[in-house]
Design a protein. Structure first.
Ligand SMILES: C[S@@+](CC[C@H](N)C(=O)[O-])C[C@H]1O[C@@H](n2cnc3c(N)ncnc32)[C@H](O)[C@@H]1O
Length: 208
């Protein structure tokens, strides 16, 4: 029987922005397809779970933080923090070492501000996913490919800093690493390209 894995994103931003919401829906749906669990932890009291997330059976909303859930000896050793500054890279054998994979619920920033350090302080074992910053849904996707599909990190097809072309005149470059899809495009959550375009249009409008 395949081993059950839990992917936890510890919510670290004060609110759930539209970007994070789309990322979390993508993570929930992919985790559901693989038969595992996706948990958003450390949610504030007033947090309202978006309907599209609530509908996914693999999704769990949790007010408690990861330390309270997995901090005790015996459980703690089975948790892996995906940490851009860890010394060791994630590898397929980690499937047998860890049951829980923990990610920072932080939007990517350029240059990265190392907010994952808030989780590093809690003392979980860390693994890196290579040297380039990924979006949170990409980091979960890559972890799943290594742990569940037994890819080594260097065998995964990536797209680094892809340019998204909206039309003949408008494009934007994303400062992150993505997994390349069968259509040769970066795999992104549904609705993300439209949201990025809307945000880009808004910042142009703000100039006038
Ligand atoms: C968008 S990244 C945020 C990185 C960030 N700028 C920071 O302040 O740490 C969100 C999460 O994805 C995971 N992640 C992204 N890229 C990674 C990498 N190359 N190695 C390990 N984890 C990564 C980490 O768990 C990180 O907290």
């Amino acid at each position: 029987m395949p081993e059950h894995k839990t992917y936890i994103v510890e919510h670290l931003d004060p609110e759930l922005g539209q970007w994070s919401e789309l990322e979390y829906i993508a993570i929930a749906e992919e985790t559901q397809r693989a038969g595992n669990t996706f948990m958003l932890s450390s949610l504030p009291e007033e947090f309202k779970v978006p309907e599209k997330l609530e509908r996914v059976p693999a999704f769990k909303a949790e007010r408690r933080g990861v330390e309270e859930l997995y901090g005790e000896p015996g459980k703690k050793e089975r948790v892996c923090l995906l940490d851009p500054q860890a010394e060791e890279d994630l590898n397929p054998d980690d499937k047998g070492v860890f049951d829980v994979f923990l990610f920072g619920g932080i939007l990517g920033d350029d240059p990265p501000r190392d907010r994952t350090s808030e989780l590093r302080k809690k003392g979980f074992k860390g693994r890196r996913l290579g040297p380039v910053q990924m979006t949170t849904d990409t980091a979960v996707r890559v972890t799943r490919m290594v742990v569940e599909e037994q890819f080594t990190l260097n065998k995964i097809p990536y797209l680094d800093f892809p340019e998204l072309k909206f039309n003949e005149h408008e494009s934007t470059q994303m400062p992150f690493r993505y997994v390349k899809g069968d259509d040769e495009k970066p795999i992104m959550p549904e609705g993300m390209v439209d949201l990025i375009k809307k945000d880009a249009d808004k910042s142009i409008d703000d100039l006038f």
